[in-house]
Write a protein that binds this ligand. Structure first.
Ligand SMILES: *Cc1c(COP(=O)(O)O)cnc(C)c1O
Length: 431
């Protein structure tokens, strides 16, 4: 696909071509587990990674391959590996870099499930995460030591409307010789391209805006192809002989595609966090309209955030699209087309008023999800961020007195009317 094509063209065409067998214009759902080898030599060459092709759908599938190429193209990467969920993608991103005793330096402002994954679950692998405030570059630098193997943050951090200064963090990562992994779920490649700001890897929960309609879970790891895995000796999985492939060295053999090939040939093969072709199909359908949806998501979020901010029943609104946000100055550089559609606001009356508000809404759905065509609301502190203590909740932007909105693409006026009636009920003096 010529890289002169614009985003709207690439979101429809990148990775896809008419089906060679039938001419089918839409990407078929290759609902198959295995693929017939031409002969015994062909099978052996595939298993030796001497030839690229289809063996078994835990590793590769033609429908999933189209999605991988499309997401890689939209992010400006050289390759991508799709996974069964966003959390799977995060493990798949760290897996080739880490080993027991190694650590990753991560932002305090992360999706709640990611905080739990990083504080608790990765310990079982002998890995650890060091949480720091990513506005404090000296703190990031101070947390990096000889055992650090990656730096991890979100572009637009859910739930608090925080925007990471990716240029500064990207420069720092380059300076200390470590890969920067950016979770770009909330922004999507339409609003932000972390690779342009220095990210080595981009991870996604495709469950959210990329699919866009709340139907399937999925994830992706995109590789920029720009990191030299051999330079420091810190990434032996990618630079040293791999015993499971007769001593093949991924970096030497696959060059800029080393990380992607490792993700398939080792990661998916042995961890098995594979995306299924049905899920890939739904996500491909979603991505075709990504730019149109994101424009409406952003326009609606802006209108609703402004309306809430001037309302007396609301204490504050955290949307980075508002001039009142301390992060609004980062919008032009990091996400020039808008600050996404997730933000929190504090209802006067605190925790109890938040709960009353959620129960009084008609059009907004109370769900633990985001990035749907439908508008969604949740009280993060008692749900997605429930496993965190109050300090961690506040650091992540999930303060107990705020609710998190994921603004959909309905009529903004209908959403405002719904919030208006619910705020009245939530803040009415008790009878
Ligand atoms: C949802 C989400 C995840 C986890 O993705 P799943 O698909 O639910 O596993 C990770 N990061 C962010 C920012 C998310 O919104």
């Amino acid at each position: 696909m010529p890289d002169t094509y614009g985003f709207d063209t690439l979101q429809i065409h990148a990775g896809a071509r008419p089906d060679p067998a039938t001419g089918a214009r839409q990407t078929p759902i290759y609902q198959t587990t295995a693929y017939v080898f031409r002969d015994a030599d062909h099978a052996a060459a595939l298993f030796n990674l001497q030839e690229v092709g289809y063996i078994y759908s835990r590793l590769t599938n033609p429908t999933v391959a189209v999605l991988q190429e499309r997401i890689a193209t939209l992010e400006g990467g050289v390759g991508a590996v799709c996974c069964s969920s966003g959390h799977a993608a995060q493990i798949m991103a760290l897996f080739p870099l880490m080993s027991p005793g190694k650590n990753v330096v991560v932002s305090t402002r992360l999706y709640g499930g990611t905080v739990t994954q990083m504080t608790q679950t990765i310990k079982r692998f002998g890995w650890s995460a060091r949480f720091v405030d990513f506005d404090d570059l000296d703190a990031i630098r101070g947390a990096v030591d000889d055992d650090t193997r990656a730096i991890f943050c979100e572009s637009i951090a859910n739930p608090g409307g925080y925007i990471t200064d990716l240029d500064a963090v990207g420069d720092l990562a380059r300076d200390v010789g470590l890969p920067l992994i950016v979770d770009n779920t909330s922004a999507t490649p339409y609003l932000c391209n972390p690779i342009k700001h220095g990210a080595t890897l981009v991870v996604h929960s495709t469950t959210k805006f990329l699919t866009g309609n709340g139907t399937v879970t999925g994830g992706a790891v995109v590789d920029s192809g720009q990191f030299d895995w051999s330079a420091s000796g810190k990434f032996p999985s990618l630079s040293e002989p791999e015993p499971a492939y007769h001593g093949l060295k991924f970096n030497e053999t696959f060059g800029p595609l080393a990380f992607t090939f490792h993700g398939i040939a080792i990661g998916l093969r042995d961890l098995g966090m594979t995306m299924n072709p049905q899920a890939a199909h739904y996500t491909l359908m979603g991505i075709e309209t990504l730019s149109l949806r994101m424009e409406r998501h952003v326009a609606n979020a802006m209108k609703i955030a402004r309306w809430l901010e001037q309302d007396d029943r609301v204490d504050y609104v955290t949307y980075a699209g508002l001039d009142s946000s301390p992060y609004s100055a980062r919008v032009p550089a990091i996400c020039p087309k808008g600050a996404g559609s997730l933000f929190t606001f504090a209802v006067k009356g605190g925790y109890d008023a938040c709960i009353r508000l959620i129960d009084a809404l008609d059009l907004f759905s109370h769900v633990a999800n985001l990035g749907d065509t439908r508008s969604l609301i949740i009280h993060s502190a008692s749900t997605t961020h429930r496993q965190l203590d109050e300090n961690q909740q506040r650091a992540a932007g999930a303060d107990p007195e705020v609710v998190r909105l994921s603004i959909g693409i309905e009529d903004a006026d209908d959403l405002i009317a719904d919030l208006d009636q619910a705020l009245t009920k939530a803040t009415a003096a008790p009878a």
